[in-house]
Ligand binder design. Structure first.
Ligand SMILES: Nc1ncnc2c1ncn2[C@@H]1O[C@H](COP(=O)(O)OP(=O)(O)OP(=O)(O)O)[C@@H](O)[C@H]1O
Length: 400
């Protein structure tokens, strides 16, 4: 069957009151971005739907690309006809004829956005259902549990007939909730934190701390590869790579060993905050999960977080490691994260870091060093690259 439209349902956006127009506009832009390779598509936005006119393009590729777009609750292949009973009957029959198998059951579910339409939903269900039964063989009606649910959406300007729904990614359109900077290590957790933040409509840029020669080019490549996996959800992502060797060496030389981890995290957060301000982002994101390691106790968070009043989002804070790993596998980052290349933190990890560091103590240790100048130099020498989306096929259905 030739479907001529894709009908997209928004889900959570519909409830966003006055911001709705902004949200829908952002979703339309995000959809257009993932479909740039498909020429001739036309977009039409109504109060609670977005329609893509396919103009003869095949729907299969387009449907695949829509699956990871946040802000879509569900979408359906659709056939458009005039809002006229005879035309609806014909189009419904055409839609179902090419779809059903022997002994399938079906149901017609009409929805009238146009309340002035002369027939009510029951009458329309009956008229269309009867027309289908008369003109097909081996089909039965089952209003409770049908194999085919033929949906007829009657609007003033047109009627859309759909019979096959895809589940969307849910969440909010990326960019609709502002922008934040993700501190991305090469580990399992931070890419998952990035994915979950994107899902809530926040655009992200990455910040990675890199300590050559202690960490290799391959460790850097790992971070770029992780970023590439996340571009499936947002098109492209900027990565800021911060040279961190000098600061780490200074910490090792000047701060007592059991406080070096706390101090390292504080410097990371300070630098990230400067880059955040330059990039006009509103928050920082980390992959921390409560109690996972020494630097992720509440006491550590108090001592680390003290360097900034910028909101630090920690989407994984209450999650178990196994839950995090499961998402990492589904979004395709896990196999990259477990590559055996070193991260700057693992190399400098002290034998027994303080699990309950005192804020006064770490501040005092740091007061003997002029870190500000080193932070400025690190920001100045930061390298920025843009990673663009790559076509890939994740198991999106099982994810959402
Ligand atoms: N080299 C780095 N560059 C950027 N951010 C980092 C780096 N190392 C750690 N972080 C940030 O600090 C968080 C905590 O790091 P840590 O190594 O303690 O924990 P983790 O649970 O192993 O996290 P991950 O799996 O993301 O590495 C990370 O999730 C990440 O947000």
């Amino acid at each position: 069957m030739i479907f001529d439209h894709i009908l997209i349902r928004f889900g959570e956006i519909s409830t966003k009151g006055r911001n709705r127009i902004k949200f829908v506009e952002q979703l339309r832009r995000n959809i257009q971005n993932v479909l740039t390779d498909h020429e001739g598509l036309k977009y039409e936005v109504t109060r609670d739907r977005l329609y893509i006119h396919l103009n003869g393009q095949k729907h299969e590729d387009i449907a695949e690309k829509l699956k990871p777009v946040f802000g879509i609750q569900s979408f359906s292949l659709a056939l458009k006809c005039e809002s006229d009973v005879e035309q609806m009957k014909q189009a419904s029959l055409e839609a179902i004829r090419n779809l059903y198998k022997k002994n399938d059951s079906f149901k017609v579910s009409t929805r009238r956005a146009d309340k002035q339409f002369p027939l009510d939903t029951n009458e329309l269900n009956y008229e269309i259902g009867r027309h289908i039964l008369i003109n097909t063989e081996d089909l039965t009606v089952d209003v409770h549990n049908p194999v085919i649910n033929l949906r007829v959406e009657v609007r003033k300007e047109a009627t859309y007939i759909t019979c096959f729904d895809y589940k969307g990614a849910g969440g909010l359109p990326v960019g609709a909730s502002g922008k934040a900077m993700l501190l991305l290590s090469g580990g399992i957790d931070s890419p998952v934190a990035g994915f979950l933040t994107l899902k809530r409509g926040v655009a992200i840029e990455m910040i990675h701390f890199f300590s050559p020669p202690y960490t290799s080019e391959r460790a850097k490549q790992k971070v770029l590869d992780l970023t590439k996996e996340l571009t499936a959800y947002c098109g492209e992502i900027k990565v800021h790579i911060v040279p961190f060797t000098a600061i780490q060496e200074k910490i090792r030389a000047q701060v007592p060993e059991n406080y070096s981890m706390t101090s390292t995290r504080r410097m990371m957060l300070k630098i990230a905050d400067v880059i955040r301000e330059k990039q006009k982002a509103l928050a920082l994101i980390t992959g921390e999960s409560l109690g996972q390691v020494a630097s992720q106790t509440l006491e550590s968070m108090v001592a680390i977080n003290d360097v900034t009043s910028t909101p630090v989002l920690r989407p994984l804070i209450t999650m178990d490691k196994l839950e995090i790993i499961k998402i990492a596998e589904q979004i395709g980052t896990h196999s990259i994260s477990i590559r055996p290349y070193e991260d700057c933190c693992t190399i400098f990890t002290p034998a027994s870091p303080k699990t309950k560091p005192k804020l006064e103590k770490v501040s005092r240790f740091e007061s003997f060093v002029d870190f500000d100048e080193m932070i400025e130099a690190a920001v100045e020498n930061t390298e920025t690259v843009i990673i663009k989306m790559e076509e890939k096929s994740n198991d999106f259905e099982s994810l959402f």
